[in-house]
Structures are given as C-alpha cells and as structure tokens.
Design a protein around this ligand. Structure first.
Ligand SMILES: *[C@@H]1O[C@H](CO)[C@@H](O)[C@H](O)[C@H]1NC(C)=O
Length: 507
C-alpha cells in the first residue's frame, strides 16, 4: 500500500514536471481534442482547393494536392489509433553491449513498469492502426522514381552537402531531396542557389505536416520517417546528413538483389537489441519472434520501395509519431542511441513483409589522439555482397556507406571543435585511418577525397551557410589542415574564394 502510494506520488510529481517542461505531452490522451495546428508559421497551401500552380506554391513545398492529402488521411488514422496511455515507463536503462551470441536474438530483460492494462490499451490501438493499413491500395501511385532523401537544415547542411558531392563522385545522378524542418531553416542561398547545381533541392517538412488536422507534435529527431514518407520518390535511399555513399546506390543497391526481391534494406548497429518482449505482445505476437538478428539496427542509411513497402513505412511512422513516450522506450528500453533506429525493421516484422537485414557487422574507423583511440565512423556494407558472401564463402563484402558521425563532416565544426588535432594541440590527425588502410577498405583514399570537398565547399559557402558565416578564416584553416596532413600544397583556394566573395560584396 505504501509502495503504491509512493508510486502514485512519483507519477504525480513526474506529471507535474512534464506539465511544466512540455505542456503538450502532459495532456490526458483520452481528452486530446483534435485541434487545428498552428499554421501561422507555415503558409497553408489549402488542401482541398485546386492544386496550386508552381509559382503560387510556398518555397520548398511538395505537390500539396497529393502528398498533403495523403498525410491528412494517414495522420488522422494515426491520431485515431493513438496509444491511450500516458507513457511507457522503464526501470533503469538497458545496457549497450555487443551481442553475446552469433545466433538469433534472445529476448532482453523486460524493464517496462506499466501495468498490464496499459499494455492492453496499446495493443488495441496498435491493432486498430494495423487494420487501417489494409486500406492502403488507394494510395499507390503518388510517388515516382528513385532518389535520395536527407534531413538537413542548420548544422546538418554542411555534412549533407559533402555527402551529396560524394554521391556524385560515385557516378550517381539520382535526384536528392533535403528535408528541412520549417521555413526558418530554409536557407534560400543554399536551397535555391547551391543545391540545384547538384540536382538536389529542399523540401520544408512543416508544409506537409501542416496539412494534417491531427495534433501529433512531431519534433526534430522524429523527422526521418516522415521525410521518407513525404519524399516524392517511390524508391528511396534515406541517408543521414553524415552518411556518405562510397558506391553508386542506383547501380549497386537499387538495381540488385536483395533489394529487388525484398524491397527494404536495414543495416546493423554494434549493439545487442534490447527491445522489451512486451513490444511484441503489443504488436499482437503470441511469442517472441524467431529468427531476428541479435544486433539492433542503425538508420544512418535505409533503402525502401514505397510501392511494395508503404504499409511498413506507415507503421514505422506510427512508431515514430508515438516514439518519444511509447515506442522508443519499448524498442530500446533506454539503451544508448534510443530513437527511430528499430522502428523500420520492427514494422516489417510486425506486418510480415519482406526485408533484408545486412549480416556483415558494422566496422568501426577511428583515430588515436595521442592519448586514446576514438571512434570516428561506421562502415556499412553492400547488401549484394553480403547476401552472396559472408565470412565462410570468402567473398569480399565491399563497403557501401561511411557513416561519419563523430565528428560529422561539417567544415565549420571540424576546424573549431578540436577533433582534427591530437591532445598535444598540434598533431594533425587523420580521422578515418591511414592512407594504406583506406585504400585497402575503399579502393581509394576516401578521407583525402572528403577533404577536397571540405575545402571546396567550406571556401565557397563560408559566407553563405548561416552556421558558418561568423567563423573566422574558415577557408584558410581548412587549407592549413589539408596542407599539413596530406602534404600537398593547395593552389590558394582560400584567396580565390576570398576574391570571389569580395567581388560579390562590391556588386
Ligand atoms: C508470413 O509470410 C510468410 C511468407 O509469405 C508466410 O509463409 C507465413 O505464413 C506468414 N506468417 C504469418 C504469421 O502470417
């Protein structure tokens, strides 16, 4: 009894805190009115009116008549099937450890503290949404072609631009859509002046989200699933702004097995999966599913065909929309990196659709700063080789993506935040291993290639990307690093661009 009281009291205090921190999350979910969203921030392209002409459409809007209507319908379905439970509460935190088995996944300890009744309410809501997904056929045909989707804006523009340039260096001509959260992050000079030269453009996510009447409160780190969903492409490679392709994705992934048969490709993380077994109960499974990989997943890159896999993508979006309070804790139980990472594969398993999970372990590249070894990047492998090969068959499984996340390839941050220097403050560090190692892994010195682009884009955009504008001598400092590390002398790009910018200013 005392325990129960203390439990209640802590819930009450928790609610109070939440109410003050974030009023939106503290509302009793049963009473949420279906309120119109605040549309003052984003111009409303009137969903029911005739489609706007190109020149009438707000900057960065996709075709409002179809994708907007699509979201209006599915966001309502998500809202109607919202989990009517305050939040999932986790006891402690799952640990991030490498899996201790080569075999299939074993259930992790259940850390969920909610009563049975909560889980039953969530199961009902989940079943309602899955039932709704049976009506999906009518939505086919609004997406077209193959392309790449990234989430950009603010500090993510810099690395995204490096990744897009590297994509072009693989020979790929796939169009790119860079999703930015809202109008404030739509930088005209970047979105209209620079990206179109790379066959890339910005799309403002808020313009699609505002087509919905349901208040779902989607925030920044939940944007990947909606971006995938709202991109105009039918076949999509989702890339984090810091994930760099080292093969032509069109030729090496989209045009090959296992993509052609399976339609959804997911890559592994280092760590063992830690979802609560209760997740599977909520999803309507009688038992823990067999045959899942022991590791969790990593969404620095993801490939999906929306023609065959729109239902799992919508279900993954449902898990993300109700991620923060419900499905993220269920799927990771507080483990490091909790977020959208497990939602895509979970949705495919739940709906029993095909998917391919790359088996080759993610490799790690790092640097030694004179004091300790630090991880820099994750290397993810080519699904085609992965399926054909594997350790026993002696096929070399080639790398496909370099997820360079610590640090990200943001020219401004690189020169200002000390990651390029050893602890002595003067030794210049290679971030991705020696030249010989990189040539062995990738067939070329990938870091040198990235540095060409860091200088080129850092110098050209030093006064253009908002986040770089007030950094001192960005271009020159990039060149200094390059010259000292790679030992070649650059041909004074800094001066060339300084002159160009001076000319622009005087015009
Ligand atoms: C899942 O799909 C496979 C292959 O299509 C089928 O054999 C199996 O019965 C399905 N499982 C369930 C639970 O529906």
């Amino acid at each position: 009894m005392r325990l129960a009281l203390r439990w209640l009291a802590s819930i009450a205090i928790f609610c109070l805190i939440l109410y003050h921190v974030s009023p939106r999350t503290a509302i009793d979910l049963d009473d949420i009115p279906i309120s119109p969203v605040d549309k003052s921030a984003a111009p409303d392209p009137a969903p029911d009116a005739k489609p706007l002409l190109e020149e009438e459409r707000p900057r960065g809007s996709p075709r409002p008549s179809d994708i907007g209507a699509f979201w209006k319908k599915w966001s309502q379905a998500m809202y109607d099937a919202r989990p009517r439970v305050f939040a999932i509460s986790i006891k402690g935190q799952a640990t991030t450890l490498p899996p201790n088995t080569d075999g299939p996944r074993k259930p992790y300890r259940d850390l969920v503290r909610n009563p049975e009744a909560d889980l039953e309410l969530m199961r009902k809501a989940h079943a309602k949404f899955v039932e709704e997904l049976e009506n999906i056929r009518a939505d086919e045909g609004i997406f077209k072609g193959r392309g790449v989707v990234m989430v950009g804006g603010g500090e993510y523009f810099g690395p995204a631009i490096i990744s897009i340039h590297m994509l072009r260096r693989t020979g790929s001509t796939l169009p790119v859509e860079v999703f930015v959260p809202n109008d404030e992050e739509y930088e005209v000079d970047v979105c209209e002046g620079y990206l179109p030269k790379l066959n890339a453009k910005c799309v403002v996510l808020a313009h699609v989200l505002s087509q919905s009447d349901a208040e779902l409160g989607i925030s920044h780190y939940q944007l990947k699933a909606p971006s995938l969903l709202f991109s105009s492409f039918e076949e999509v490679l989702l890339l984090d702004s810091d994930s760099i392709p080292v093969v032509d994705p069109d030729e090496a992934v989209f045009s090959q097995e296992p993509y052609l048969s399976d339609g959804l490709i997911v890559w592994p993380d280092y760590w063992a999966a830690t979802e609560s077994p209760q997740f599977w109960t909520i999803a309507g499974f009688p038992d823990f599913p067999s045959g899942l990989p022991a590791t969790s997943s990593e969404t620095g890159q993801l490939v999906v065909n929306k023609k065959t896999h729109l239902a799992p993508l919508l279900l993954a979006t449902y898990y993300n929309v109700f991620g923060k309070e419900h499905y993220y804790p269920l799927l990771s139980q507080g483990a490091l990196g909790q977020g959208d990472k497990e939602t895509f594969m979970a949705a495919a398993v739940v709906l029993n659709t095909t998917y391919y999970r790359v088996k080759t372990s993610v490799a790690s590249l790092g640097r030694h700063d004179g004091f300790k070894q630090k991880a820099t990047a994750m290397v993810q492998h080519l699904p085609y080789d992965d399926q054909a090969g594997g350790p026993d068959k002696k096929v070399t499984v080639r790398p496909a993506f370099l997820h360079s996340n610590t640090p990200k390839m943001n020219a401004g941050h690189l020169v200002d935040e000390g990651d390029l220097l050893g602890v002595d403050g003067s030794t210049r560090l290679r971030l991705l291993g020696s030249k010989a190692e990189q040539e062995k892994h990738f067939g070329f010195d990938v870091e040198s290639s990235i540095w060409d682009l860091l200088i080129q884009t850092g110098c050209e955009l030093a006064d253009i990307i908002k986040e770089w504008k007030h950094r001192d001598r960005l271009c020159e400092r990039l060149e200094e690093h390059h010259d000292q590390l790679f030992g070649e002398h650059r041909s004074g790009m800094g001066q060339v661009w300084e002159q160009k910018r001076a000319n622009l200013r005087t015009q």
